[in-house]
Design a protein around this ligand. Structure first.
Ligand code: SF4
Length: 517
């Protein structure tokens, strides 16, 4: 049974717009998404709109059990490409025609946002009416104002809003991002849920999600978030403390999860943690960037109740250069040593399939992981997660493909070699599908739709794997995320020549173009 507090109940007869905020993944994932929670509260602050959540696999709203097809607007939050299947399934189960060309004025307007929609809307472009490119809280109110004024399906009116891509017009658009984190909307009355069912328990449930920063300019070449959401923007320490105190007053919650692409790069991290600690909060964070972790940070996090440290060394030193994630070996081992001393559980993420990676590199990677595991007196207490590298749009890897055979061979080797350790390897097929959904064009939509009735075979997926040339016009060409193409090409060359690009916060500007946003 699920109990929720702080949800919005309104009289639907008084709302001009009924907004179905759909999340195409389970409740636990939905309610752990800060962006999803922000939109829910932000839209409901409007008196003219009632925003209700519809969370997969349900097709009726949590708030009033209303079916999707009765809403004026249905919006999908696209955080993961794998969720595209669930988007079409939710539309189909709600008896809403899948393709936008088959829908009429009686059907809801279907919109989508989130990182996947922002990076490459093409795979779902025959199904979604409007994509919001960038951080949705920047756009949603202008969008709703226009909808209220022109509720019919004259989509042309929305072209005036910055950060809107309308497949019908195939318009060029530029991402829109929040400039000032202190002035943007933060939640202080989040939905709190109570349940004994794991599927309903949010990952950060019973904790205040505190958005310390957005964006990251470290420049890891595989990281789409790092390229989409530049430059880095921080919420001030004072503001974060105010938000925490206000939220505690409204909810009684005492635990805080620090959220941001690069939490440990936050310029005032130690001050923030100790200030929150002195207010009696317990603090945790889902991931930390190794270079910025000090012993003091670990001690403070331990004291405030954090049990597991998640780190991402990604690969062996030679290949870290290819992906521009250079971390000193000494630093990695010191952090792990400190984490072991403080009795943290340790989880480490690694990538395989990095351009230029050989089988010898994979052998070295296994030795590397074993060395780390044996730093703990019980090596099984160190968990490894090994995932195929998925080239993503708007990154220097966008011209690379996905070599299924190579990844399969490497995964098999690692599983055998590491069988006595605590390791989980992602399936090479899942990686392949994710790559196709990330970097595919408009034609991919048909296959997603087809797979609703009969899942595609591995052979079928392999036949449609994109393989772009450096001179090709890429499917996401109309989406400008602010990082110039020339810079991405230079970065692609540097990748091939193992050249590093320094982190822009500590080095002279390297002209990625993002600061002009
Ligand atoms: S440090 Fe993390 S968030 Fe930043 S670019 Fe690298 S992988 Fe992305």
């Amino acid at each position: 049974m699920l109990y929720e507090r702080n949800i919005f109940q309104k009289d639907y007869r008084k709302a001009d717009i009924r907004f179905g905020l759909c999340y195409p993944n389970i409740y636990r994932t939905a309610m752990s998404s800060l962006g999803y929670n922000i939109l829910y509260n932000l839209i409901n602050e409007r008196e003219d709109t009632w925003c209700e959540r519809i969370i997969f696999p349900n097709i009726k709203s949590v708030e009033s059990n209303t079916s999707g097809k009765h809403f004026n607007i249905i919006s999908f939050s696209l955080q993961f490409e794998d969720d595209y299947f669930n988007v079409l399934k939710m539309l189909k189960d709600s008896k809403i025609p899948l393709k936008r060309k088959d829908r009429t004025d009686d059907d809801p307007l279907i919109i989508a946002g989130g990182p996947c929609a922002s990076a490459n809307p093409m795979p779902l472009s025959d199904y979604i009416d409007i994509f919001i490119i960038g951080e949705g809280e920047n756009t949603i109110n202008s969008f709703l104002d226009i909808y209220k004024k022109y509720p019919n399906k004259d989509l042309e009116k929305f072209l005036d809003i910055c950060g809107i891509y309308i497949p019908e017009y195939d318009n060029k658009t530029k991402i829109t991002l929040i400039r000032n984190m202190d002035e943007t909307y933060h939640i202080t009355r989040p939905v709190i849920s109570k349940t004994d069912d794991d599927n309903y328990q949010g990952v950060f449930s019973n904790s205040i999600m505190l958005n310390v920063s957005r964006g990251c300019t470290r420049g890891c070449r595989f990281c789409m978030a790092g390229y989409l959401y530049r430059p880095i923007r921080e919420t001030s320490c004072e503001k974060l403390i105010d938000i925490s105190l206000e939220t505690r007053k409204n909810t009684g919650l005492n635990k805080i999860t620090l959220i941001g692409a690069a939490v440990s790069d936050y310029s005032n991290l130690d001050k923030l943690i100790s200030s929150l600690e002195s207010e009696g909060f317990q603090i945790s964070t889902p991931s930390l960037r190794i270079e910025s972790i000090t012993k003091k940070t670990l001690e403070t996090l331990k004291k405030s109740g954090l049990k597991t440290i998640t780190l991402a060394p990604e690969s062996i030193p030679r290949l870290r250069k290819v992906i521009n994630k250079e971390i000193l070996e000494k630093k990695i081992f010191t952090v792990i040593e400190n984490a072991v001393d403080l009795d943290f559980n340790i989880k480490l993420y690694f990538l395989i399939g990095i351009p230029g990676e050989t089988m010898e590199d994979i052998e070295s990677l296994c030795e590397y992981m074993k060395k780390i595991a044996h730093m703990h007196k019980n090596p099984r207490k160190v968990k490894f997660s090994v995932n195929p590298l998925i080239p993503k749009p708007h990154t220097p890897l966008q011209w690379e493909s996905y070599d299924f055979k190579d990844i399969k061979k490497k995964t098999r080797y690692i599983k055998k070699e590491m069988k006595n350790y605590n390791i989980k390897c992602e399936s090479p097929k899942k990686g392949l599908v994710q790559y196709i959904l990330s970097c595919g064009d408009r034609s991919i939509g048909e296959l997603i739709e087809k797979s609703l009735t009969k899942p595609l075979t591995l052979k079928e997926w392999r036949e449609i794997t994109p393989d772009y040339d450096i001179d090709d016009i890429l499917p996401w060409n109309n989406i400008d995320v602010g990082v110039n193409e020339k810079f991405l090409r230079i970065e692609h060359k540097r990748l091939k020549n193992l050249k590093q690009t320094p982190w822009c916060e500590t080095s002279p500007c390297y002209n990625c173009g993002a600061c002009e946003k």
